[in-house]
Design a binder for this molecule. Sequence first.
Ligand code: KG4
Ligand code: ZN
Length: 341
Amino acid sequence: MYVLGIESSCDDTAISIIDTSQKEQILSNVISSQIELHRPYGGVVPELAARNHVMVIDQLVSKALKQANLRIADMDLIAATGGPGLIGGVVTSVMFAKGLSIANNIPFCAVNHLEGHCLVARMNNPQLSFPFLLFLASGGHCQILVCLGVGKYIKYGATRDDAIGEAFDKTGKILGLPYPGGPEIEKIAKYGDPTKYKLPISMQRQDNCDFSLSGLKTSVKYLVDSIDKPLTDSIKSNIAASFQQVISKQIENRLSNAIKKYKAEYDNNKLVFAGGVAANSFLRGNIVKLCDKNDFELIVPDKTLCTDNGVMIAWAGYENYRINNLSDLDFKPRSRWLLYS
Ligand code: KG4
Ligand code: ZN
C-alpha cells in the first residue's frame, strides 16, 4: 500500500509517503519547520503556526509525491493527524486530507498524534508485538502507558504539571538558549558538570508512575536569579548538565515503578521510548542501562522519527487501516484526544 501521512499539529508541517510492501518503506519524508518563525517569541505562537501550515501544505504534498515519483491517485490511504495538538494546525491537516480523500476517492484515517509516536517504533521492528510498556515524552505529553494494541492503551502514570519537553524548553528559555530548548540543552550539557548544582528530584518516594517537573524549572529560575550576570557558557553548561541529570533520575525512578508493575501483570519485557524527547542520547543511554538492569529490551524509533514527522502518521494510519479503523468524512479535529479510556 502507498500511504500519505500528513502532520501539522504543532510547528512542523510534515508530509511522508510510505510503501508498506517494502522493507525500506519511506519513499519521501519532507518537513517544513517553523522554528525560525517562532524563535523570536521563545515558543510556538498558535495563530502564526496555523497560517504557516496553510501556506505550505499543498506545495509540500506535491514535493513528497514528486520525490516518491507517484501521483496522488496512486495513494491507497490518506492519514492525517486528527489531534491532539494546536487546533489551527490540526484543522489544517484534517481538512486538507479530507479534500484529497473526497476528490480522489481514497480512504481517510484521522490518526492520534501520540499513537503515531508510539506505533512508528513497530515500523522498523516487526518483531515488536503487543503488548509493550510505553514511555511517551514530547513537548506536550509525558505518560507511561501499556500499549495492548492499536487504539488500546492503559495508563500507568502521567505528568501532574509540565511535560518533559516543555520543561526542557522552559529551562532553555531561562538560560537564554534558542527555541526549542530540548536539543540545545542536550548540546551544551555535554560540556557541563552535572554535580555542580543541586536541583530537586521530585516524586522520589512516591510509589506510582507519575511525574512532576514544574518545581525543577522553578528551581533553575531561582538558581539563575541568584547568580551574578552575565551567565557564562560554562555556567550555562553546568546548569544544563545538572538539569538533564535530575530529569534522568526522575525518569529512572518513575520507570522503575512502571517496570515492576508491568512485570507483575504481563509476561514480556519490552519498553518503547517515543516522542520528541526520545531524540535525547543522554536520556536514551540511561534508559538502556535501566532496562539492562531489569532484563528489559528497549526499543526507540530512529532519531529522525522521534520528533514530529509524517512517517509516523502514515504508519499509524496503516496500522489503523489494517484493523478497519478508518474515519468518516465528518471527523472533527480534536485539540484534546486521550490515548487511553
Ligand atoms: O514530539 P515532538 O517533536 O512534538 C510534540 O509532539 O510535542 O517533541 C518536541 C519536544 C520539544 O519540547 C523539544 O524540545 C523536545 O521534544 N526535544 C528534545 C530533544 N529533541 C527534541 N528534548 C530533549 N533533548 C533533545 N535532544
Ligand atoms: Zn509530537
